[in-house]
Design a protein around this ligand. Structure first.
Ligand code: DAH
Length: 358
């Protein structure tokens, strides 16, 4: 009896002393494994007479149970301790400040896209996008460019080779096809703003084969030119960050709008600077108009129920104008020194509440 108490105390001490899971397992095997000390005692029960067995059976089984429980408890403690240790050593401090030496800059085109979207988002327009590779239907036909109409030629389109069934894809020449895609997949009222890349076979100081546009479209039951004018004037004031703007809407032709106009804003030159919103000179900033009834019919909308307005603006030109960038081609030259000079701080997202540009 004495011996058993001794043995139990001894094994419990060893369990306590085991400082890792492997050491604990060794203690378990030495006590309760096949050849363990307690297992040997339990085996001895078989050779006892019944009276002895009745006395020793419960004692030895009790010993086994207590030791097994103690090992389980210790095992749980060691396991938790090892996880905590790993958590300590593998910890990453995600609260570290941004490294001051970060030198990346936001490209002025990206900046101007963000500025334009911030302004129209504030007026309740949602962003839509469409593919760069389009088909004739979305880029031309549905937008009321008849087959063989000279307006198609103005676009200097990049065509792909026709596929086996004679289908010829193209690089979209404007963001207007996203009007068609949106009107065909969503129900009015619609108020969308569409940033995107566009392509035309053209290259000189003021044209690059890839350029950027933002398209806007509003479709509802009582939309008129007054809405268009207000909306675009508000845009121009917010974009050029001026209190007042002088504007005029000059009649123009686009196949997908009727009537169509180009919007000019007033400016004056003072020395090397251009002052927007005042003065007697005019510059064109975008094309716009009321959506042509044929376009509405082409997407399955009844022109007697729905009307809307649309506009399209050239992002590259607006960026040059706002930030005094003289040559369009520099946008695409990937010159880091140029980007250091004309780029924007990465974490300052344009927004109307604080500031559009920094
Ligand atoms: N898609 C025209 C272009 O690239 C721009 C444009 C003009 C878009 C008038 C419009 C619009 O939505 O109403 O030249």
């Amino acid at each position: 009896m004495e011996d058993i108490l001794e043995l139990e105390k001894d094994i419990l001490d060893q369990i306590d002393a085991a400082s890792e899971e492997k050491a604990l397992e060794d203690v378990r095997i030495a006590a309760l494994g096949k050849k363990g000390a307690v297992s040997a005692l339990l085996k001895g029960l078989g050779s006892m007479d019944p009276a002895e067995r009745k006395e020793w059976g419960p004692k030895l089984n009790g010993l086994k149970t207590r030791l097994t429980d103690a090992i389980e408890v210790r095992k749980g403690d060691l396991h938790r301790a090892s996880i905590n240790k790993r958590l300590e050593t593998e910890k990453i401090d995600i609260t570290l400040p941004v490294r001051a030496e970060a030198e990346g800059r936001i490209h002025p085109i990206t900046q101007v896209f963000e500025e334009i979207l911030a302004i129209f988002n504030d007026m309740g327009f949602v962003v839509e996008e469409g593919p760069d590779i389009e088909d004739d239907f979305h880029n031309f036909a549905a937008l009321n460019f008849p087959e063989g109409h000279p307006a198609r030629e103005l676009h200097d389109t990049f065509f792909f080779e026709a596929d086996e069934v004679g289908d010829q894809k193209l690089l979209r020449t404007h963001t207007s096809p996203v009007q068609i895609r949106t009107m065909m997949s969503q129900k009015p009222p619609l108020r969308i703003i569409v940033p995107g890349r566009t392509f035309r076979c053209d290259s000189d100081q003021t044209h690059t084969p890839m350029f950027h546009q933002v398209e806007g479209l509003v479709i509802d039951q009582e939309t008129h030119m007054g809405h268009l004018k207000w909306c675009l004037e508000e845009f121009a004031k917010a974009f050029f960050e001026v209190e007042t703007i002088k504007s005029r809407f000059r009649p123009h032709f686009f196949p997908f709008t009727e009537p169509s106009a180009e919007m000019d804003i007033g400016y004056k030159r003072v020395g090397d600077e251009i002052h927007i919103g005042e003065g007697d000179d005019w510059m064109e900033i975008l094309g716009c108009g009321m959506v042509h009834p044929n376009v509405l019919r082409n997407v399955g909308l009844d022109p007697d129920v729905y009307q809307g307005f649309a506009f399209g603006l050239g992002v590259d030109r607006l960026a040059m104008l706002k930030y005094g960038i003289p040559d369009l081609r520099d946008f695409f030259a990937s010159d880091v020194r140029w980007l250091q000079h004309y780029g924007f701080a990465p974490l300052d997202m344009p927004n109307l509440a604080t500031a559009l540009s920094w």
